[in-house]
Design a binder for this molecule. Structure first.
Ligand SMILES: Cc1cc2nc3c(=O)[nH]c(=O)nc-3n(C[C@H](O)[C@H](O)[C@H](O)COP(=O)(O)O)c2cc1C
Length: 416
């Protein structure tokens, strides 16, 4: 009787943002909640991909086509998700990928993301085009910060950024190699997205339907590219493409060699690296490659990084750590990537959806959902830790070759 009374005992209802988070049971739910919260142009900035969004859809397709063949009777009562990367312990094989303009998504901006990463014991990579100065993010006390560098036309400014990241105590420098020019984000172009969002007539109409977003953003700090204040920037606002004009299409391996010589910590190269480029990464002295097609936001039709994993592992052997992102939406995706040779997965949009809904708490919710799913997947796979997952990988996971089929991105999560 007491148990039944306990079950039906009225509990104080959780209100506001916490209640919304409680109702999010997977990343698709977080995405839907973010969509309700954000103005259309801001949601599309987070959610969209390049051109026809073929790569965006293919990233999910690759993970969806994975099939598991589990082992049984292997005492999976306490799976261990911890791992080490670049000399640092990480609580689960997951990190938060660099994303620009976070303050546009939530006024807590990058410090809120860094605090969530600290609370969950995961690395966070801060973007060059962050809206908080890298020193202020370091001041949150997070001890596993990566700095993602765009090599700028202004090399003196580029090297100054690297020096600042070192002084501020960032552990890893990761250089993005997939942004010779800005990708064509069709939704942003159609929406006329400007940074900060301008008070055009459509924006004013949006305020009526998204009062929560607008009151918090208008009360928050102004949106600036905080790390590039001294850049020969075309002002602090404009379309995303205009701001991307800072980036240098003439970057070569010589620039990477120079950065290697300057940066004493771990160096990671981020992009859709083919085996020949993975071998160059080893030669130039990189410590890791971050296989990524920028979440389908740069080269449309770019191969999904999941399909690059095995060739990259064959090219690199154990000489490089392999990080993977683009399309990770479930803990089972992380399990599959590790079984295929990755050391760490990263997420971009999933934590931004969480941030849009509830700042730090929303980022933590995104992480918790994925880590809980990963733990359950390992248990059902009959695996007790990540070393075993990697060792048994080829036996546990099948990844069919890409189909080349195109399922429009709109179908993802029922979004129109
Ligand atoms: C809104 C947004 C902004 C991004 N900004 C950057 C950036 O400034 N630098 C960078 O290297 N990658 C950037 N990326 C790419 C992410 O680092 C990551 O590669 C990608 O989001 C992973 O795919 P996923 O969103 O499917 O998880 C951005 C991605 C998104 C969604």
């Amino acid at each position: 009787m007491r148990e039944i009374r306990e079950l039906v005992r009225p509990r104080p209802p959780r209100l506001g943002r916490s209640a919304v988070l409680d109702r999010c049971h997977d990343v698709d739910d977080l995405r839907a909640a973010a969509r309700r919260r954000l103005p259309r142009a801001v949601f599309d900035y987070v959610d969209g991909g390049a051109d026809e969004e073929i790569a965006l859809a293919a990233n999910r397709d690759a993970f969806r086509r994975v099939r598991f063949s589990p082992r049984v009777l292997r005492d999976v009562s306490a799976p261990d998700l911890a791992t080490h990367l670049f000399g640092t312990q990480i609580r689960a094989p997951l990190g938060l990928a660099p994303t620009g303009y976070t303050r546009m998504i939530h006024p807590g901006a990058e410090p809120a993301v860094a605090r969530a990463a600290t609370a969950r014991g995961l690395p966070y990579a801060l973007s060059t085009v962050a809206t908080t100065a890298l020193e202020d993010v370091a001041a949150t006390g997070h001890t596993n910060l990566w700095f993602q560098l765009y090599v700028l036309k202004d090399r003196a400014l580029t090297h100054a950024l690297v020096g600042r990241a070192e002084t501020a105590g960032f552990q890893v420098l990761e250089v993005a190699l997939d942004t010779a020019v800005a990708g064509h984000r069709t939704r942003d172009v159609r929406n006329g997205l400007t940074i900060p969002p301008r008070l055009a007539l459509s924006t004013l109409l949006d305020i009526g339907t998204r009062p929560g977003y607008w009151t918090s953003v208008l009360r928050g700090a102004p949106l600036t590219l905080a790390n590039l204040q001294t850049a020969r920037a075309p002002g602090q606002s404009g379309t995303v493409a205009v701001l991307n004009d800072l980036f240098d299409p003439a970057v070569t391996w010589d620039d990477i060699a120079e950065l290697r010589a300057r940066w004493p910590g771990a160096l990671v190269l981020k992009g859709p690296l083919a085996p020949a480029d993975v071998r160059r990464a080893v030669e130039v002295g990189a410590d890791g490659v971050h296989l990524s097609n920028h979440g389908g936001r740069q080269l449309d039709r770019c191969v999904s990084p999941l399909h690059l994993l095995r060739p990259a592992r064959e090219a690199a052997g154990d000489r490089l750590a392999l990080v993977l992102d683009s399309g990770v939406r479930h803990g089972a995706d992380i399990a599959a990537a590790l079984a295929l040779g990755a050391d760490l997965c990263m997420i971009g949009r999933p934590y931004l959806y969480g941030a849009a809904v509830a700042g730090q708490a929303g980022v933590e919710r995104a992480i918790d959902l994925l880590v809980t799913q990963l733990r359950r997947t390992l248990q059902l796979l009959g695996v007790t830790d990540l070393t075993e997952l990697r060792k048994l990988g080829p036996e546990l996971v099948t990844l069919p070759p890409p189909t080349g089929s195109h399922r429009p991105a709109e179908q993802e999560g029922g979004h129109v």
